[in-house]
Design a protein around this ligand. Structure first.
Ligand code: HAX
Length: 435
């Protein structure tokens, strides 16, 4: 199998680099941690190494050292499409080489072979009320597949530690192969009277998902999903969802347990849920002023949001200090295909006003839009108007990055993660001893 062959070819080099780093530079100090950082969510403290991706504060995410713009240009395109094939993206995340079209297709073919979702997953999802949380359904569906984990089986059959990554990769490909149908099942159950649509093996990963939620007639929606999945696939291994999955995986929990935990973090409003909150905020703004609001109206509305003690969703970031290039890519998609869409124009008008208002607060470190500022508006344009589903789309995409990080961690035999917690009294005595 192509991904296994590629990792097999690389794994000894990856391990040697880690071993040399520890042997030769084990005592090298890379940062000091301040009291402020401990009390502010361990902000900015380097906690691990993962070669899949890196968020450059001034330029945005880099997958395997390629910027979003480079990736959009260099990855092989789905046939007849302007956007990269998701199989090629997974190849790049797992490996460190840009794939050819035939390699990207090989990954997609492997997914097709493994795409059958076990019936029990649908039963678990069906046991939720239709108005239950879409993210809870997704997380439970993913969790349930732990009983089929090839890694767990290998572990209990005493497969050697150096080979753990192989069954973890196997699980990762199974999981990512099944994700589009699981995500589509939730959509159809919640919003389409449970009218399910069978997968179409002739379609690529993104187009098949579009087809399964009833959007197969609009080729532009498949294009959007190719872009959407690419932009949401990963954002460094230290954000809430990726780090949670990594932490759980470090206890040698299988990929389903790890990814389900990661999805629970993604469901939080300061993380993945922000995309739904952002679209709702835009819709409320648009309806409140009965159309595209003026600059003054946006100012009034944004100030009221802040006065009510709320954040303006889609703006700010824990690491980025620039306009998110993923936002820019989405903006260009909408400008090219539906520049006159009223919600998109509202989002553009907000972009003109909100950064200035956030700067005025004097406390927001990054007043610029993140990826969530637009992605809901784009989905809305195609009639995917159920905002409480948007985080599932994010989860579908993010499984690609998260599983790649977990496979990498297994490949280089990362140990169980166990940082240190202090009490306030301990901190006070450390400070008084030094003063
Ligand atoms: N609106 C209002 N206030 C904001 C803000 C925003 N968009 N962004 C930051 N702030 C506030 C913070 O709440 C914080 O206030 P307090 O000191 O009173 O607590 C202050 O500015 C400093 O925060 P920061 O250091 O600039 O930002 P954080 O690293 O603490 O938080 C967040 C980063 C993304 C959580 C934050 O910017 C936010 O809440 N943004 C809105 C929600 C959002 O868009 N989330 C999606 C982020 C992208 C993502 O992860 N997607 O999954």
């Amino acid at each position: 199998m192509i991904l296994e062959d590629r990792i097999e070819a690389n794994v000894s080099v990856w391990r040697e680099r880690v071993a040399r780093m520890i042997k030769e530079y084990g005592d090298f100090v890379i940062s000091n941690v301040t009291v402020q950082q401990i009390y502010s969510g361990i902000r900015g403290v380097p906690i691990q190494v993962s070669d899949i991706s890196f968020v450059d504060p001034d330029h945005g995410i880099r997958y395997r050292d390629y910027s979003i713009n480079e990736i959009l240009k260099l990855l092989p395109k789905a046939p007849g499409s302007k956007y990269p094939m998701v199989g090629g993206l997974y190849y790049l995340l797992m490996d460190n080489e840009l794939p050819t079209l035939s390699k990207a297709k090989e990954v997609e073919e492997e997914w097709k072979k493994r795409a059958t979702v076990p019936d029990y997953v649908f039963k678990i999802i069906d046991s939720f009320p239709d108005d239950g949380s879409a993210m809870a359904m997704l997380s439970a569906g993913v969790l349930s597949m732990s009983c089929d984990s090839k890694f767990s089986k290998a572990y209990h059959e005493s497969v050697g530690k150096n080979d753990y990554w192989k069954s973890t990769l196997d699980d990762s490909i199974d999981l990512t192969a099944r994700m589009p149908q699981i995500a589509a099942y939730i959509y159809n159950k919640k919003y389409r009277n449970n009218q399910q649509i069978d997968p179409d093996p002739k379609l690529d990963y993104a187009a098949n998902f579009a087809h399964m939620i009833g959007k197969g007639d609009d080729p532009l929606y498949s294009e959007l999903m190719r872009l959407f999945i690419l932009l949401h696939a990963d954002h460094e291994n230290a954000n809430v969802s990726a780090h949670t999955a990594h932490l759980v995986g470090s206890a040698l929990s299988d990929i389903y347990l790890s990814c389900s935990a990661g999805l629970n973090g993604l469901a939080g409003p300061l993380h993945g849920l922000a995309n739904q909150e952002c679209c709702n905020w835009l819709l409320d703004l648009y309806h409140f002023y009965q159309g595209i609001p003026s600059k003054e109206q946006i100012e009034e509305y944004a100030r009221k949001t802040l006065e009510d003690g709320k954040v303006i969703p889609g703006y700010g970031h824990a690491v980025l200090r620039c306009t998110d290039p993923r936002f820019t890519a989405e903006m260009e998609f909408a400008k090219a295909h539906f520049p006159d869409d009223e919600l998109f124009r509202t989002a553009m008008a907000v972009f003109e006003v909100v950064p200035g208002i956030l700067m005025e607060t004097g406390k927001v470190k990054n007043p610029w839009p993140n990826v969530d500022a637009l992605n809901g508006a784009l989905q809305y344009h195609f009639g995917v108007t159920e905002t409480d589903y948007y985080t599932v789309l994010f989860g579908l995409s993010r499984m690609l990055g998260i599983t790649s990080h977990v496979v990498f961690a297994r490949a280089v035999n990362k140990p169980i993660e166990r940082p240190k917690a202090l009490t306030t009294r301990m901190l006070e005595s450390m400070i008084s001893e030094q003063n």
